[in-house]
Ligand binder design. Sequence first.
Ligand code: SF4
Length: 396
Amino acid sequence: MSPRNKNTMLVKLRNDSQWSSWTWQQKLRLHGKHGLTRFFPNIRRKVNEQYIKYIKSYKIEITPYLLSLIDYDSQGNPQKNDPIWKQVSHIDLLSNVKSADYNGVNLNWEMPEEIHYSILHHKYPDRAIIRLTDNCLGYCSYCYLAQRTLDKKRKTLSSSFQIKWNGTLEYLRKNRQIRDILLSGGDPLLFSNRRLDQLFKDIKDIESISTIRINTRALTFNPFRFDPELIRIFKKYGLTALEVHFAHPKEITQEVDDALSLMDDIGYRPIILWRSPLLKGINDSCGILEELLVKLYERRIVPYYLFHYAPYSPARSNLSTSVKKGVRLLSELRRKIPGIAFPRYTLFHSSGKHDIPLVQEGTNEFKYEILANKQYIVKFKNWKDNWVIYPDLQDN
Ligand code: SF4
């Protein structure tokens, strides 16, 4: 028996005939007050107390499928350093808040002046993001959208969605320079197939929109979401690209391969683009990144973005590397994998994303500096030709 199967609750669930139903997975997910003890009856009392305190303010939800990928100790508890468990078990990660960590106030990406009808994010001229929901199929410790997704103090969007959707469509009709739409969230694949079909139709009815993308983490949290009907909807409306997120090679499973094969069987595979943050202790080694990127390439998934950790996101002090560490890793990786499998190394800045030059000492337009208060920063010229500052960490 592999260490992974030492959790008796998961062994039992795995044998359930409904295991491959995505709605069953969501229903049986770890969540709520008894979530941790239901799956891990031997969990330490102190950990459970931290969990209960954490969920008063923040969300944790983990499907049995994802739990089944984690390695367990002899007591049936998750191994502390398991790369999947580390991504979703953020119960102690808000206790050590430092500068540029999550504080529920500072924004890192969704600037109020760029948001229309609460769900339409228009940052760049030719494209827009529609945030269909604030909920996800599971929650990542490091979410750069934590104010909307993880933080329970924020209101959800669901109550008057139709009004917001109608306003969004009106905005798109008036702003004909927008030709590319990214459906995102939270996770848009929480919506039913019927609802998604209608939303696609509404967007496709706008003549100036030529391409549609979907951004999802379903392949990691609940790959069973890719049912035949959903893929037929992608085919019907010609979904241009599917943006997926795997942070560690362990997440690429037989179930992921089955979802990809289903697309081939139905005869429709959009461009599949990969994105993930660089995470300390999870994927910040050349060997792990090489394995992950090669696995993606083998599956015809294009490695698109490796993001540097976004500032003002939870767990930054625990899970972020310095920018320079990322540059070193990518420089080492460059000749180990084919160019097509090599992603852009990019950082989030409220003024727009920025590609990081793979030059240790920086360049004339991308400088590493230390401020008088000992704060490490990078300073760069953004796409609007303005100098902007990004809070960094001491080289680690
Ligand atoms: S799935 Fe995406 S939006 Fe949801 S918590 Fe994870 S990173 Fe954030």
